[in-house]
Design a binder for this molecule. Structure first.
Ligand code: IPE
Ligand code: IPE
Ligand code: MG
Length: 236
């Protein structure tokens, strides 16, 4: 049965191109990350206007830990600033914050700020912002497999009962619907270890612009492109 998409319920974004944006302007990479943080604010507003329920942003990947120390620590500082300064906005806009990823690898200060913001916004219902931090899709899948294997070894579950829903319930996104629309900026045609399980039927829109140039209009255009797609989910 064909499905004619309306507004995507869940939009996931690989926010790429901060460094190249800065380099083209003869500025340090950090300026690109700073400017990228402003795009986040813009896109959040756009999501509320469009009536999108979930926005997941790929902010820092498992692989990004291998960047130079100075860049990693600058990104963590920026993340801390973002979390501190956004609390009021999230409150005012009634947005709930969730975080996925290997959060135990983050600096203590960042973890505390996350905990505080997540707890403070837990009952907000206008929309959910999911930050993927120190996130890797393979790591998430391996952790789910490990948790099922432990339960099977302890005799709590029967391996024959492991199916898609049970597996998905062990992912960090257990309570979040799968993304309908996956956007990547800066023109790269790859998923870079992002939500590997969850994007199995997401519509992909690749945007040429670098993330710091991406705004509300671009989000609307990506959604319009999504609405022109014909999602078949393997059926006819
Ligand atoms: C995306 O921009 C932000 C993060 C990955 C943290 P990049 O830093 O990857 O910028 P480019 O891809 O080098 O231009
Ligand atoms: C993906 O961007 C990760 C984030 C946007 C956080 P990268 O810049 O790290 O990905 P690659 O290295 O181009 O695949
Ligand atoms: Mg990049």
């Amino acid at each position: 049965m064909a499905t004619y998409p309306s507004i995507p319920r869940h939009v996931a974004i690989i926010m790429d191109g901060n460094g190249r944006w800065a380099k083209e302007r003869g500025r340090p990479r950090l300026d690109g990350h700073r400017s990228g943080a402003e795009s986040v604010t813009e896109v959040l507003k756009g999501c509320i206007e469009l009536g999108i329920d979930y926005l997941t942003l790929y902010a820092f990947s498992s692989e990004n830990w291998s960047r130079p120390k100075a860049e990693v620590s600058a990104l963590m500082t920026l993340l801390n600033q973002f979390l501190k300064s956004k609390l009021k906005d999230l409150d005012r806009q009634n947005i709930r914050l969730l975080c996925i990823g290997q959060l135990d690898r983050l600096p203590t200060k960042t973890r505390e700020l996350i905990q505080r913001t997540v707890a403070h916004t837990a009952n907000h219902a206008a929309m959910t912002l999911v930050l993927a931090l120190s996130y890797g899709g393979r790591e998430e899948i391996v952790a789910a497999a490990r948790s099922l294997a432990c339960d099977a070894a302890a005799g709590k579950i029967n391996p024959a009962d492991i199916d898609n829903p049970l597996f998905a319930s062990r992912l960090q996104t257990a309570d979040i619907p799968d993304p309908d629309l996956l956007i990547r900026t800066s023109g790269e045609m790859r998923v870079s270890n992002f939500l590997l399980w969850q994007i199995s039927y997401a519509e992909m829109v690749i945007v040429k612009k670098y993330w710091p140039e991406f705004g509300r209009e671009d989000l609307s255009e990506a959604v319009a492109e999504y609405q022109r797609r014909h999602r078949r989910f393997g059926a006819l």
